[in-house]
Design a protein around this ligand. Structure first.
Ligand SMILES: C[S@@+](CC[C@H](N)C(=O)[O-])C[C@H]1O[C@@H](n2cnc3c(N)ncnc32)[C@H](O)[C@@H]1O
Ligand code: SF4
Length: 401
């Protein structure tokens, strides 16, 4: 996850650069149920409104939580499918809160209504994230349900009115990119606390429909708009979080934007971006699916690492006998193609490895989702022709008059 707003704040209020440190345990995104009332075109969990047998019981979940706590996992994001379809969702979330986890709810928002808002408030979720993949009909088409947008908006407003920190999650493809600016206006008008921009990842139905992925120029325009919007709000004293997911090249793109807009800050922002360190799948982000199978992150459901019913999560996560886990945990990662030659690999860490693996079969090949030009990744003309690459450290551009 890439926190745009964190770096935008650094432009006006720079803070000291510290060495890169990993948190004590990974953030765990936990798909507690696969059932869903929607069947979104891009859904990595291939969810649908049917029963998926073999899911973890409440007792299983509580037992796993003990291990996660002992392993110093700080954050649980309760997700699905649609987590509100799990009858014990509030018991699970309350238990997690009582154990001291930061607990987020990741919902499509359509089922948040007058009958459960008190329970959502009383549970004390630290954050509720609701997906909005466009405005009105765009969202309904993407999520394949007429009326989904109105229902999700109603859920967002209920949460907001009750003082819950609420965010909007938007996954962009070529089909809904035209609604980004309207969504950003909506976020401001509705007083929504956070905007999470997700790039499409090639998992589940998102892989099947990967031809719909945003063109590189569409992504670049979207990033420019996000950076400018975040800066504008910040300078108007409106404090919101802007984050992106599924493409850590965003950090490098931000560096180039800063170099153009605030050249005097480029060296500082670069140092801060290196401190962040890019993609954290398999290291600081983990996933447990509805059957209790552990994956390096939510987009790796096609790679099982082990089952929490058979081995503790802590053991599965620390085991690097799986070559994917060993490679993800290497720092710097050993990558091929443009990623291997990139001068900014220390910022992005090779981004999500899923797209490379789905397209080429090689998890360490270049990320086809990297939308940076050869010049932006520091390739010389000779390197672009495939000759041997020798990288040199980044040199901050001189301040221009
Ligand atoms: C699987 S959903 C579960 C929570 C809830 N049902 C929802 O839709 O928000 C979690 C988030 O992942 C996003 N997502 C699903 N498949 C994706 C993909 N292939 N690439 C990027 N994001 C994806 C969804 O849009 C949603 O914001
Ligand atoms: S993305 Fe969320 S709402 Fe859509 S089908 Fe998947 S789990 Fe359901």
């Amino acid at each position: 996850m890439f926190r745009i707003s964190h770096f935008i704040r650094e432009l006006d209020h720079p803070t000291p650069v510290a060495p890169r440190r990993n948190p004590p345990g990974p953030v765990v995104i936990w798909n507690l149920i696969r059932r869903c009332n929607l069947t979104c075109k891009h859904c990595y969990s291939i969810s649908a409104d049917s029963d998926f047998p073999g899911e973890l019981s409440t007792a299983d979940v509580f037992r796993v939580m003990d291990d996660l706590k002992a392993f110093r996992v700080p954050v649980l994001i309760l997700s699905g499918g649609e987590p509100l379809l799990r009858a014990d969702i509030f018991d699970i979330a309350r238990h997690a809160k009582a154990m001291g986890f930061y607990v987020g709810l990741s919902s499509n928002g359509t089922l948040i209504n007058g009958s459960n808002i008190d329970a959502i408030v009383d549970t004390g979720f630290d954050y509720v994230g609701v997906s909005l993949d466009g405005i009105g009909a765009t969202h309904d088409k993407f999520r394949r349900l007429d009326g989904a947008f109105d229902a999700s908006m109603s859920g967002i407003r209920l949460c907001h009115a009750r003082g819950i920190k609420v965010g909007v999650r938007y996954t962009m493809t070529e089909d809904n990119a035209h609604d980004l600016s309207a969504l950003l206006r909506l976020v401001e008008d509705e007083g929504i606390d956070k905007f999470y921009f997700s790039h499409l990842n090639y998992a589940g139905r998102g892989n099947k429909h990967r031809a719909d992925d945003a063109r590189h120029q569409t992504t670049r325009d979207a990033m420019d708009l996000l950076f400018e919007t975040c800066l504008d709000l910040h300078r108007r004293g409106i404090d919101k979080e802007f984050v992106t997911g599924n493409n850590d090249a965003d950090g490098v793109y931000l560096l180039h934007w800063v170099t153009r807009r605030f050249p005097e800050r480029a060296a500082h922002i670069r140092a801060k971006l290196v401190q962040w360190g890019g993609n954290a799948s398999g290291v600081n982000v983990a996933n447990i699916d509805n059957l209790g199978i552990v994956h390096p992150d939510t987009m790796w459901w096609h790679v099982p690492l082990g089952k929490v019913r058979e081995r503790p999560f802590s053991e599965i996560w620390s085991d690097v006998s799986n070559p994917l886990m060993a490679g993800l945990k290497r720092h710097p990662r050993v990558l091929g193609g443009r990623c291997g030659a990139c001068r900014h690999l220390d910022i992005c860490n090779g981004s999500s490895r899923v797209r490379a693996q789905q397209i080429t079969g090689d998890a360490w090949a270049e990320d086809p989702g990297c939308y940076l030009s050869d010049e932006e990744i520091g390739l010389s003309a000779a390197e672009c022709r495939g000759e041997r690459v020798v990288t040199t450290p980044f040199v901050s551009p001189r301040r221009t008059a």
